[in-house]
Design a protein around this ligand. Sequence first.
Ligand SMILES: Cc1ncc(COP(=O)(O)O)c(C=O)c1O
Length: 202
Amino acid sequence: MLAGQPTYHGALSAITASGARAVPVSMTDDGWDLDAMEAAMHQLAPDLVYLIADNRNPTGHTLPAADRKRLAHIVTGTRTRTVVDETISGIWLGQPVPPPPAAELTRRRDLDLTVGSVSKSFWGGLRIGWIRAERSVMPAAMRPSVDMGTAILEQLSAAELLVHTDELPPGRREDPAGAPNPTRGAWRNVTGAVAPETTTVV
Ligand SMILES: Cc1ncc(COP(=O)(O)O)c(C=O)c1O
């Protein structure tokens, strides 16, 4: 599995734990070296590429719109399945991130998988995440090997929050440590209970 170097440490652990091998492609000071990625995709024919295109952890880079087009071209040309991690897409600071790489891959949905969660955009206390992919292309290695058994209350809260995706993340962006916990309304709607007042940052 191809991954930019450096990359999110949790992804590297997950790749290793699944029995796959992470092959690094070095990032430059300016961001991605698409020539190097293209060469690696041609020469190594990896099963998957792992990509954080927005507010990259740990470098903070965002893949420019033109490079998203070029990357989509490389992905379709080499027919390489690509996992785009959108977990931190919603918490840009300077300017909004460009449309997701998936927007450039409309003709090859089978090559594009995305992963995301509510922890950064909404609340770190809510442990809900997802994999979005066409069922037919979901590799066995990405299916959780254990049932994480997430509580139904949390799942309902996440479903409620996702309806408000445009409204809630701005508060998190402006003051992630001190912003009022944006999940409170959702929890109240789902349970009638009152959730903690402040957010946590993880
Ligand atoms: C790029 C990226 N993906 C995934 C995660 C994990 O997110 P969660 O806390 O929802 O498990 C993180 C956490 O920092 C991250 O930076």
